[in-house]
Design a binder for this molecule. Structure first.
Ligand code: FAD
Ligand code: 5PR
Length: 382
């Protein structure tokens, strides 16, 4: 028997690679995912997803699993020096918080149930525009479509010599997953709604910020921001005395964070001249890593994974030249990612988020986008 399915080879088993793999397999492709790490698991703490990626999760059938351990907090609260600036209920905007390990496990399960072959301990060292990949083992394979979803240090991108720029920011963040300790927090501040996301900013006299994000009933995601020039603020494990002196009402959860090694990440934005080269397409951080302000790095990765799978499937079904179809996919889809990148970089540069009431206008264009709507690019003549 011969296998007449189209073949996709994917570098990277993160949120982008697993989403693309699942979508393609469900559209009838034979798919392999090469993950260089020996273990398939997500690094990191918590994550916020918005309508754009939640629509994709619905489409690939991952919603029930995802919703089992995630939540939508009552509001996104912003404080400055512990004074509430805004409590945005985000009415009409779909969003959910969760842990990164849970999202990764959900996607891995969806991929395997869809027939994707996920290979751990398999690094991709290069790709060529004709659709050939080379693995660290020396093995090569050819595919109808190659996807570079291998993160910000992408070997696929670099092997194609696609020019890119990298903009770094002065601020950065360390992230922790700790127990909720809601009763202890309530005892310290009884008036506070501890189910809210609370963005605790301090700009004066010292720039330090804690983004408090409940991920489910048991787990809390803490993101601690400081300028990289602040040696004590950016130290990991965290300087507990410093952080509790500024955020005393968070002492119970900061104490847990201090027990974790953690890692400090400087903010940066990667912009590529183009996302595709022949039969190779780049998605996720390899193509468009961004600052975290709008929580859209993973969201845009999953959005682009889905639209790429649809575009490639439709092109091959219609007998259209794949490289041309990939160029057209980038032309149509990229603006929704560019706007999130630019806006997130602007927030990183200005710290404007500290003012509150920020989830309006350009800041929610990407969050509100529905990449699964087949009519999304139709232009209606007046
Ligand atoms: P990755 O998650 O980096 O996955 C790439 C995978 O490829 C990895 O598993 C890696 O091991 C593998 N790999 C690398 N090289 C190779 C190779 N040569 N061969 C094979 N495999 C390889 N986004 C949100 O949407 N919401 C948030 O709340 C949010 N918070 C964030 C907070 C911080 C501090 C940061 C830094 C980012 C945040 N992001 C957030 C962004 C989000 O984490 C990333 O955009 C997202 O993980 C990108 O997914 P990816 O699959 O492209 O890359
Ligand atoms: N939102 C999320 C996040 O993790 C961060 C930011 C916003 C979910 C930081 O990691 O503004 O920095 C932010």
């Amino acid at each position: 028997m011969t296998d007449s399915r189209h073949v996709a080879e994917i570098a990277g088993g993160g949120f982008a690679g697993l989403t693309a793999a699942t979508a393609l397999a469900q559209m009838g492709w034979r798919v392999r995912v090469h993950e260089q790490a020996d273990e398939l698991r997500a690094e990191g703490a918590g994550i916020v997803l918005w309508n754009n990626s939640l629509q994709v999760l619905d489409k690939i059938g991952a919603k029930p699993d995802l919703e089992s351990r995630s939540m939508t907090p009552p509001a996104y609260e912003t404080r400055m020096n512990n004074v509430i600036q805004s409590q945005e209920t985000l009415d009409g905007i779909r969003w959910r918080t969760m842990t990164r390990p849970h999202l990764h496990q959900t996607l891995l399960t969806a991929a395997r149930e869809s027939g994707v072959e996920v290979i751990a301990g398999s690094a991709v060292t290069k790709a060529t525009p004709d659709g050939t990949i080379t693995l660290a083992s020396g093995e090569t394979a050819t595919a109808d479509l190659v996807i570079g979803a291998d993160g910000v240090t992408s070997a696929v991108r670099d092997s194609l010599s696609i020019p890119f720029t990298r903009q770094r920011s002065g601020d950065g963040i360390s992230r922790f997953l700790v127990p909720r300790r809601k009763a202890e927090l309530l005892a310290l501040e009884p008036e506070t709604e501890w189910d809210n996301v609370i963005d605790f900013w301090n700009l004066d006299p010292r720039v330090l910020r804690v983004l408090y994000t409940p991920a489910n009933d048991e787990e809390l995601y803490l993101a601690l921001m400081s300028p990289s020039a602040d040696a004590d603020g950016s130290r990991v494990p965290i300087d507990l005395a410093l952080w509790t002196s500024i955020f005393p009402q968070l002492a119970p959860v900061l104490e847990d964070a201090a027990k974790i090694q953690g890692r400090y990440y400087g903010y940066q934005t990667t912009r590529l001249e183009r996302w595709t080269e022949g039969k190779v397409a780049l998605i996720g951080d390899s193509a468009h890593a961004m600052c975290p302000a709008l929580a859209q790095g993973a969201g845009t990765s999953m959005q682009n994974a889905w639209t790429l799978a649809v575009a490639a499937t439709e092109a091959l079904a219609a007998g259209v030249d794949l490289p041309a179809a990939l160029t057209e996919w980038e032309r149509l889809e990229r603006p929704y990612t560019d706007i999130a990148q630019d806006r997130s970089q602007w927030y990183a540069d200005t710290r404007e988020m500290a003012k509150g009431n920020q989830f309006t206008g350009e800041s929610v264009v990407t969050a509100l986008y529905n990449p699964t709507d087949p009519h999304r690019h139709e232009v209606h003549a007046a």
